[in-house]
Design a protein around this ligand. Structure first.
Ligand code: UD1
Length: 365
């Protein structure tokens, strides 16, 4: 049986690989490696429990560090494992430092590399995630793109057609599969919220936690909290940035710890709207039919904006307030809610079939 090694390390990778891992376990001698980039229970272990995933065979324990240090630790700790196990292919997902380091390590050893979520572009090269995406796509042998926009981005960068497959998004598979279980989650009762009575909010992107953006963003949120109930599960990065910058939220904002997957789906699914800068949550909101206001100037999931289920409202004080007031008003909000979401199931199966092709052609070659 051919061997495939998957490396993951952060919350979004765990969620988006969750429908793929059981299929890999069935079809391959599958080795799961966790970089340890995320390590707190609430952004890591809880997802293994809720999504019923097997424990990784190796944990690299890299933890938090600067980008260079974190990447270097993954490279140094993964290389001996790849040398010893010699997988027929390596799979990475997304755009994190774990994705980039895992990809680089495999490519340098000449191991066939597959990238899930290839071709996503914000066209903002200052984002660490954008740098990671570009590097990984250019060294991967199999580019598993979520949609035709992503595939066109790859073609425009000169990447060979035979490497590209449009397979859909595994975040959508995961959300659809867990929607029914999420309906039983108790988060609304715990927070004493009625469905439809509140806005859900998340912010964690590096650029949004910088001192030139975060203060204005929080000021806008504090003002919106005068008009709306806002529930804000706070990411560790944002929490730390607020403390460093001496920023506070109005007591009217309902702040809570990062939530598990099922609670997140329940909270977002019952929200009047979601305001977020998260990539994964944008697709989850689409599956759940929740109007989506993206607090960024660009998105990798442009197909959701094109479909009319999401709008970009920017990340400045003025643009957030103006965008929220425009889009949370009833006719505009109803238009967002009524637009049919372009969600397509089966990405995990298509990803694993493409990976099997990659492995069989490389083995014959
Ligand atoms: C990373 C990814 C991002 C992804 C996000 C999801 C990169 C460049 N970015 O960003 O694409 O959307 O994960 O969460 O890889 N921390 C903890 N506990 C943890 C992990 C982190 O407290 O388990 C804190 C640490 O203070 C750390 C900070 O969060 O310095 C940021 O963590 P890091 O992994 O560097 O980046 P994220 O912002 O989580």
């Amino acid at each position: 049986m051919p061997t495939v090694l998957t490396i993951l390390g952060t919350r979004p990778e765990i969620i988006k690989l969750s429908p793929v891992i059981p299929l890999l376990d069935q079809q391959f001698d599958h080795i799961l490696v966790h970089s340890g980039q995320h390590y707190s229970y609430e952004v890591d272990a809880i997802f293994f429990e809720e999504l019923d995933l097997p424990a990784p065979a190796y944990t690299l324990g890299v933890g938090s560090a600067s980008h260079g240090e974190q990447t270097a630790r993954i490279l140094a700790r993964l290389e001996p494992i790849l040398l010893e196990r010699r997988p027929d292919a390596v799979l990475v997902q997304g755009d994190t430092n774990t994705t980039m380091a895992g990809a680089l390590c495999a490519a340098k050893l000449g191991i066939p590399l597959a990238h899930l979520e290839a071709g996503g572009r914000s066209f903002n090269r200052a984002m660490p995630e954008e740098q990671n995406r570009i590097i990984v796509d250019h060294i991967a042998d199999l580019l598993l793109a979520a949609d035709t926009i992503a595939a066109d981005n790859l073609r425009r960068e000169g990447l060979a057609e035979e490497r590209i497959r449009v397979i859909g998004s595994t975040a959508i598979d995961a959300a659809q599969r867990h929607q029914a279980r999420a309906a039983q989650a108790s988060i609304l009762e715990q927070l004493e919220l009625r469905p439809g009575s509140y806005l859900a909010l998340t912010v964690h992107r590096a650029e949004n936690t910088m001192p030139d953006i975060l203060p204005g963003m929080l000021r806008a949120i504090n003002e919106l909290a005068e008009e709306h109930t806002i529930v804000f599960p706070i990411h560790p990065r944002t929490d730390a940035a607020m403390q460093r910058q001496g920023l506070a939220l109005s007591p009217r904002v309902r702040v809570c710890r990062p939530l598990g997957y099922l609670d997140t789906l329940r909270l977002v699914g019952a929200a009047r709207a979601l305001l977020t800068d998260s990539g994964g949550l944008q697709e989850e909101a689409a599956v759940l039919g929740t109007p989506l206001l993206i607090v960024r100037n660009e998105t990798e999931w442009r197909y959701l904006v094109d479909a009319g289920v999401a709008v970009l409202i920017g990340n400045s004080y003025a643009s957030i307030l103006a965008g929220a007031r425009e889009w949370l008003a009833p006719p505009a909000l109803e238009r967002l809610r009524a637009a049919p979401a372009p969600v397509r199931a089966g990405a995990a199966e298509r990803a694993v079939a493409a990976l099997a092709d990659l492995v069989s052609t490389r083995r014959v070659a």
